[in-house]
Design a protein around this ligand. Structure first.
Ligand SMILES: Cc1cc2nc3c(=O)[nH]c(=O)nc-3n(C[C@H](O)[C@H](O)[C@H](O)COP(=O)(O)OP(=O)(O)OC[C@H]3O[C@@H](n4cnc5c(N)ncnc54)[C@H](O)[C@@H]3O)c2cc1C
Ligand code: SF4
Length: 497
């Protein structure tokens, strides 16, 4: 046994090769906490990804000369106590956890362990590498600040490359049937297969199946996946960013969030890789700017918002929505084709892309008045990239507008017209995408117009929703009554939709 008296505790979502706590004079401790793994019935893909990536990371650190203690423990505290006692640790380092409860736990550690514990700033997020934004910042000024701070797509005179800050208008195309390059698959190796076997015993209540597990679990594989995206899908990323397809789960999205969220990829190198592709003429500016916006804009903004709004965010319910989540969110058994397809793929792989999360899953939940915390729980449990810092502001803030508009300035609600414009789901659906009343009326339509009617005054006060609310003035009193009556009936039989 070596005589190192310092250790760094690295969490399963901090598997960065440049983790700031790594030092030649420190031992590394990684803990597979059974309590944390079973805190919820998580998706099996997520559990396998984290534990396999931790085991590979430990092996790589050992190969690089680090002394690594990778241990299974009932919970973090008992694992850390055993580690400290076994190795006579005098000083523990850790990187501030991205999630609130774990960071609170880190702050209690000095008292719990009886040794000094130093918490380093979490520089895996860019917003922690630069001076903080002036609070409260909205997404657009936040994004421009991040562009200036990172220098990505910024000209020497300080102006944005291409003369404008965003290309959203070019980036709203419906999928046109062009070939979609499939993402690279990374079949499970020996360590991953052992992880799958171990977790089958350790986490009996997990959801989903692992048969299709094919995610990268090492830094080298993560870089290969990044390169695959940049080479094959980035050029079409922008125009089809908002498109949805029954056939193609991924379209031109990156599927990099699971890797970014556990530290296998760094946000700056990921965005830089896209900018490099633009500079060598491989991808158009509209796609590259769109992708850079997601990474250094939305992702960082969401993390920043989480820490601004916690812990109150967890209980926020600005629209007083109290309905339970329909049971078919757990099975996909609904005649609404959009929800059926999207839920099926989430249950299968723990993934669907952004617009389906926002404009199908959250849109329906918001229009139906589903309780925000129930929706938040569902997202936390079902996705391979789900962590509280990213789920809660996206679901409770952006998707359900339950934080009083502090994350997004308008509720993201829409009728079937939007889903039909951006997807092929409505073709072949049991429901009629054009009708808002009648036996086959699309529930999105009925509930959308009912929502506008019920909240007319409040929505009218929001300038970003003006045109939608104006549509109400074209409805007669009889039409309003018919919509309200049908909405009541739809909500009564919500489990049978
Ligand atoms: C209701 C809802 C729930 C979400 N839940 C999660 C979640 O659990 N985990 C998660 O990582 N993202 C979540 N997002 C954000 C976004 O939908 C996913 O990051 C994205 O779909 C992941 O797929 P991708 O890697 O193919 O993304 P791409 O479309 O290829 O985008 C590139 C990257 O941008 C980042 N990004 C884009 N938008 C956001 C955003 N709003 N918040 C944070 N990062 C963003 C992601 O890191 C993503 O990998 C959620 C969004 C909504 C509206
Ligand atoms: S008609 Fe309505 S329920 Fe059916 S796919 Fe379109 S939006 Fe979804």
């Amino acid at each position: 046994m070596t005589t190192l008296s310092e250790s760094v505790w690295i969490l399963g979502d901090q598997l960065s090769p440049t983790h700031p706590g790594l030092a030649p004079n420190r031992r590394v401790v990684l803990i597979e906490s059974l309590a944390r793994l079973n805190q919820r019935p998580y998706h099996r893909h997520k559990l396998v990804l984290i534990i396999s990536a931790m085991r590979h990371y430990a092996a790589e650190l050992r190969a690089a000369g680090y002394d690594v203690d990778l241990r299974v423990a009932p919970d973090f505290l008992s694992g850390l106590r055993d580690h400290v006692n076994t190795f006579g640790v005098q000083h523990l380092y850790c990187l501030a956890a991205a999630e609130y409860a774990t960071r609170q736990f880190q702050h209690r550690l000095t008292a719990e362990l009886g040794i000094p514990v130093t918490i380093l700033p979490n520089t895996l997020f860019l917003v922690e590498r630069f001076p903080p934004p002036r609070s409260p910042a909205l997404m657009e000024p936040f994004y421009r600040m991040m562009r200036r701070q990172t220098g990505l797509l910024i000209e020497p005179d300080g102006q944005p490359t291409g003369g404008v800050w965003n290309f959203d208008r070019e980036n709203r195309r419906r999928y046109d049937g062009r070939p979609v390059p499939p993402p690279l698959r990374f079949p499970p190796d020996t360590i991953t297969r052992q992880t799958i076997a171990d977790l089958a015993v350790a986490c009996p209540h997990a959801i989903g199946s692992v048969e299709e597990f094919d995610l990268p679990v090492t830094r080298a594989q993560a870089l290969t996946a990044l390169d695959d995206f940049i080479t094959h899908r980035l050029p079409d990323f922008g125009p089809f960013e908002d498109a949805m397809s029954a056939e193609h789960e991924l379209l031109f999205h990156s599927r990099l969030s699971p890797l970014l969220n556990i530290g296998l990829l760094d946000p700056l190198e990921t965005a830089q890789a896209a900018v490099n592709a633009y500079e060598r003429g491989h991808a158009p500016l509209s796609s590259v700017e769109g992708f850079v916006r997601q990474i250094i804009g939305w992702r960082e903004y969401i993390y920043y918002r989480y820490w601004e709004l916690m812990p109150d965010l967890l209980q926020a319910n600005a629209w007083q929505a109290e309905r339970p989540l329909p049971a078919w969110y757990w099975t996909g058994q609904t005649r609404m084709r959009c929800l059926h397809c999207v839920i099926q793929r989430v249950l299968q792989n723990g993934y669907c892309h952004h617009i389906e999360r926002l404009m199908v899953l959250c849109n329906f939940a918001m229009l139906a008045g589903v309780q925000p915390q129930a929706v938040n729980d569902w997202f936390l449990e079902c996705y391979v990239d789900a962590y509280e810092w990213v789920v809660t502001p996206n679901v409770i803030g952006m998707g359900l507008n339950a934080d009083g508009g502090r994350t997004a300035t308008k509720p993201y609600i829409a009728s079937a017209a939007y889903i039909d414009k951006m997807s092929d789901y409505c073709k072949g659906c049991f429901y009629d995408r054009k009708a808002r009343v009648g036996p086959r009326a699309c529930p999105f339509n009925t509930l959308y117009w009912n929502f506008l009617i019920n909240h007319e005054e409040r929505l009218r006060a929001n300038p970003r929703l003006g045109p939608a609310v104006l549509g109400l003035s074209r409805l007669s009193a009889a039409e309003r009554e018919a919509i309200a009556a049908q909405a009541e009936e739809v909500l009564e039989r919500i489990e049978q939709l």
